[in-house]
Design a protein around this ligand. Structure first.
Ligand code: PBG
Ligand code: ZN
Length: 327
């Protein structure tokens, strides 16, 4: 007891850190826009400092990330053509398929993760096929699974190392695993957006990826913000369906979920620090209300401390730079 026990003795020495964020933990999201011609990138207004890239621009961006020590990138595609069923998503000549092939050719040793969803590819912007007859915009689960399977195979064929289904359809991991295995892509891994909440923090992303919906909302498939037990059930099911990595999304408002998943399951766990987390920090630090470098590290450390193994973050490059300068 005090005064013999004194916590400040060691604290003053700054010797102990229970949690360390490392560049190895970081995954950089990259938006690749088929509509960009004649230049390599275009700024995203809702995410100051972030860009959409042409395929050529993405090669530069990913090479730069690699040279900073970042091992892995998560690719989102913005196609030139959208339709009711999102058929561009499984076109062998689609933007993501071409980008993955090019990146595999041009960048050494990069782990490529492809977002696997329909919302960037459908005219209505929902993450699955929509029952137009019902007029309600209800997203159909089982017919969507077939399409997800096709997209997974086309992404694996292009060279994706990991596919990341983000649409919160029931049975998506199982359907994708079966399709991949049937086509002998037994080594392609699945990172499932297992507990993805219906969060207002995705606002800036919808401009970034041009994936806003035309009607309704995503509450019929994404999780209610109020629910924690349900997240454990979602994660459990995805593990049973053979997800290699499970994800919690968003991250900083959902540290309790990350921590509960970590405590319950011994599987690799990713956390997605989403666009709204990025933009809040970017805006507040632009105004001088917060110190950008410090707040970013504090946020990432908190995510790691909660139990995430991998962190998907738009800050990946600047964090990698900061970490390499001061080790
Ligand atoms: C869509 C998707 C979203 C994000 C990743 N994939 C948005 C949504 O569900 O509306 C959000 C990422 C971010 O906000 O950074 N399947
Ligand atoms: Zn989607």
């Amino acid at each position: 007891m005090f005064p013999t026990v004194r916590m400040r003795r060691l604290r003053e020495l700054k010797l102990l850190k229970e949690t360390r964020v490392s560049t190895d933990d970081l995954i950089l999201p990259v938006f690749i826009d088929e509509n960009i011609e004649g230049e390599t990138k275009k700024p995203i207004d809702s995410m100051p400092g972030q860009y959409r890239f042409s395929i050529e621009g993405a090669v530069k961006e990913v090479s730069e990330a690699r040279s900073l020590g970042i091992k892995s990138v998560l690719l989102f595609g913005i196609p030139r053509k959208k339709d009711e069923t999102g058929s561009e998503a499984f076109n062998t000549e689609g933007v993501i398929q071409r980008a993955v092939r090019k990146l595999k050719e041009e960048v050494e040793n990069v782990v490529i993760i492809t977002d696997l969803c329909l919302c960037e590819y459908t005219t209505h912007g929902h993450c699955g096929l929509v029952d137009v007859d019902a007029g309600s915009g209800h997203v159909l689960n089982d017919p969507t699974l077939e399409v997800l399977g096709k997209i997974a195979v086309s992404q694996a064929e292009a060279g994706a190392d990991i596919v990341a289904p983000s649409g919160m359809m029931d049975g998506m991991v199982k359907a994708i695993r079966e399709n991949l295995d049937d086509d002998s892509f037994t080594d392609t891994a699945i990172m499932s957006y297992a507990a993805k909440y219906n969060s207002a923090l995705y606002g800036p992303f919808r401009e970034a990826a041009d994936s806003g919906y035309q009607f309704g909302d995503r509450s019929g498939y994404q999780m209610d913000v109020s629910n924690a037990r349900e997240a454990l059930r979602e994660v459990e099911l995805d593990i049973e369906e053979a997800a290699d990595i499970v994800m919690v999304k968003p991250a900083i408002f959902y540290l309790d979920i990350i921590s509960k998943v970590r405590a319950r399951f011994d599987v690799p766990l990713a956390a997605y620090s989403v666009s709204g987390e990025y933009s809040m920090i970017a805006a507040a630090s632009e105004k001088g209300y917060l110190d950008r470098g410090e707040i970013v590290m504090e946020g990432l450390t908190a995510i790691k401390r909660a139990g995430a193994d991998l962190i998907i973050t738009y800050f990946a490059k600047e964090v990698a730079k900061a970490l390499s300068c001061c080790i």
